[in-house]
Design a protein around this ligand. Structure first.
Ligand code: NAP
Length: 226
């Protein structure tokens, strides 16, 4: 049965973004999914029914173009999933300005810019989700060896809080921790697979639809400490 729901997923070429698109399609959603390079997103393109759009999230002009292409379209879900790990060596002693700039722009600033651009197209009972991480919690010590990435997700959480304070959205806003997941970023030693994580996240999205408020939760729906 068609669910008549539409999702816009940012960063869906592989990993969790691709998995989210698969779960949404299985649940009969209409899905618009963005990739940076369509030529490298054959797994996504192979999924029947998905509308693939191009977006490098850090490019204002590409955001302008996407906004134009999606003008008049409304969404039940906007999920900003795209993110990067940053430099392999995360010791502040050797951090390079360009690497740190790209990391914080991609993980903390651009997701909010995407939300600002598309929030008005999100239905009032819709869900605005950002892919955060439990490592973004400043209250827990985990992830200190990848401290630049950890700080970028703490910055994302802070930016989400500012966005909510400034814009007071009617929609539910989720800062989501997907679990430690086997992807290119999570690595093969991660605790869970993409299917488990994305099934859980879709459940949480559906459970939070129409609730409103800002919630920092994991894929099981457990509340996390900021
Ligand atoms: P991944 O396999 O490395 O995928 C990252 C995705 O983000 C790719 O689709 C990539 O596109 C896209 N992306 C990166 N920079 C972008 C940009 N500037 N513009 C547009 N798209 C961009 O990683 P993943 O594990 O699926 O992670 C997805 C999200 O979950 C990230 O935000 C990550 O921080 C977060 N997360 C992951 C874990 C985990 O255990 N895996 C845990 C907590 C949080 P390309 O293919 O073009 O590079």
């Amino acid at each position: 049965m068609p669910s008549n729901k539409t999702a816009l997923i940012i960063g869906a070429s592989r990993g969790l973004g691709l998995g989210l698109v698969q779960r949404l399609l299985e649940d009969n959603w209409k899905v618009i999914a963005t990739v940076r390079d369509a030529a490298k997103a054959s797994d996504l393109a192979a999924l029947p029914g998905v509308q693939v759009e191009t977006l490098e999230m850090n490019s204002g002009s590409q955001l302008d173009n996407l906004q134009q292409r999606l003008q008049g379209q409304t969404f039940d879900l906007l999920f900003v999933n795209a993110g990067v790990m940053g430099p392999g060596d995360q010791n502040p002693e050797r951090a390079q300005l360009a690497d740190v700039g790209n990391l914080f722009m991609t993980n903390a600033v651009s997701p909010i810019r995407v939300a600002q651009r598309f929030a008005s197209q999100l239905k009032a009972d819709g869900v605005l989700a950002f892919m955060s991480s439990i490592l973004g919690s400043i209250a827990i010590p985990d992830g200190s060896e990848i401290c630049l990435y950890k700080a970028s997700k703490a910055a994302l959480n802070s930016m989400i809080n500012s966005f909510v304070t400034l814009h007071q959205p009617a929609q539910t806003v989720l800062a989501m921790h997907p679990g430690w997941v086997k992807t290119d970023m999570g690595g093969e030693n991660a605790e869970i697979d993409v299917l488990t994580s994305t099934q859980g996240m879709l459940e949480q999205i559906k459970a939070s639809t129409g609730k409103g408020g800002l919630h920092f939760i994991n894929y099981k729906g457990e509340s996390l400490i900021w």
